[in-house]
Design a protein around this ligand. Structure first.
Ligand code: SAM
Length: 284
């Protein structure tokens, strides 16, 4: 079966690669660029434990890339079995090739190429069965920092929230930095996207509480109610929530602060909100 370097369509074989001119190597390197990730719908995840998380969440790689010795040990063998069962390309690359493919800081000896997954917007009425956690979607309006986005993916996963809606012009959740900061939660958290008009329509039709977080909010976040299905809306790192979106929220809450700064980091504020909303439902 021929290999399609642009789409990364798998051939299902195992190959040793020592050349940087190899088509698969060139494709993987080009996934550094957002444009290529958009065109191919692919992304890279690095590290054995992150790849095991992908496996455990039912994902299959398009390609598995292993540096010298990376297939040794029980985890290395489990990854190879997973890749073989998925029928994906397995590339055994030389140390020199791996150096060009892996992250510069904290490089890993194994990485996978995956197809991005986007879900559709959640229904405005979400059924809630008694045994599961109440539905809770997080909207990130115009988020710009991939490190923040990865951290929020991880936190949404930890709080058992339903998923993330990226609204407007945002950074890419499938960038190397966001994927790495998510610590594998990119494979567990449903992701969807919309523009501001779509978000405003969703907020208008939403049947539970639509809660915006705002530095001018009059409600203390610890005293507010969060009726399910809840829609929690967080603003951009620099500008906060847009006026239109803030006006569409049923309530605006604020996290009280001491000190000289006027706001918290977006990922920190999201974590505080999520664990406050989940407080009645999480126990040791
Ligand atoms: N200068 C921006 C503003 O005026 O909103 C600050 C943006 S803040 C860094 C990014 C986002 O984190 C805010 O839009 C809000 O969603 C959330 N946030 C940060 N600190 C907050 C606080 N004390 N209360 C409520 N939300 C907060």
């Amino acid at each position: 079966m021929a290999h399609d370097p642009r789409s990364g369509a798998p051939t299902g074989g195992r190959r040793a690669i020592t050349s940087l001119q190899n088509d698969s190597v060139k494709l993987i390197r080009s996934l550094e660029m957002r444009k290529t990730r958009r065109e191919t719908g692919l992304f890279i995840a690095e590290g054995a434990s992150v790849l095991m998380t992908a496996r455990d969440n039912g994902w299959s790689p398009r390609m598995l890339v292993a540096g010298p010795g990376a297939d040794a040990g029980s985890v290395g063998e489990a990854l190879q079995r997973w890749a073989e069962a998925a029928g994906c390309d397995r590339l055994d690359v030389s140390a020199a090739v791996l150096e060009k493919l892996a992250a510069k800081d904290n490089p890993q000896s194994v990485l996978g190429v995956f197809e991005q997954r986007w879900t559709s917007l959640p229904p405005t009425t979400i059924a809630h069965s008694g045994s599961s956690l109440p539905p809770l979607w997080v909207v990130l309006e115009e988020i710009r920092d991939p490190g923040n986005l990865g951290t929020i993916l991880r936190t949404v996963d930890a709080a058992g929230a339903s998923g993330i809606i990226l609204a407007g012009n945002t950074c890419d959740p499938f960038s190397r930095e966001a994927v790495r900061a998510s610590m594998g939660s990119i494979f567990a958290v449903p992701l969807t996207r919309t523009d501001r008009t779509g978000l405003l329509a969703l907020a208008r039709a939403w049947t539970g509480d639509v809660v915006g977080t705002h530095l001018d909010g009059k409600l203390d976040y610890r005293g507010a109610s969060y009726r399910a299905p809840a829609l929690l809306i967080m603003g951009n790192e620099g500008a906060g929530l847009s006026e239109e979106v803030a006006a569409a929220c049923g309530k605006l809450v604020r996290i009280p602060m001491a000190g000289r700064l006027d706001s918290l980091n977006l990922a920190v504020a999201t974590a505080l909100m999520l664990f406050e909303i989940r407080r009645p439902h999480l126990a040791l």
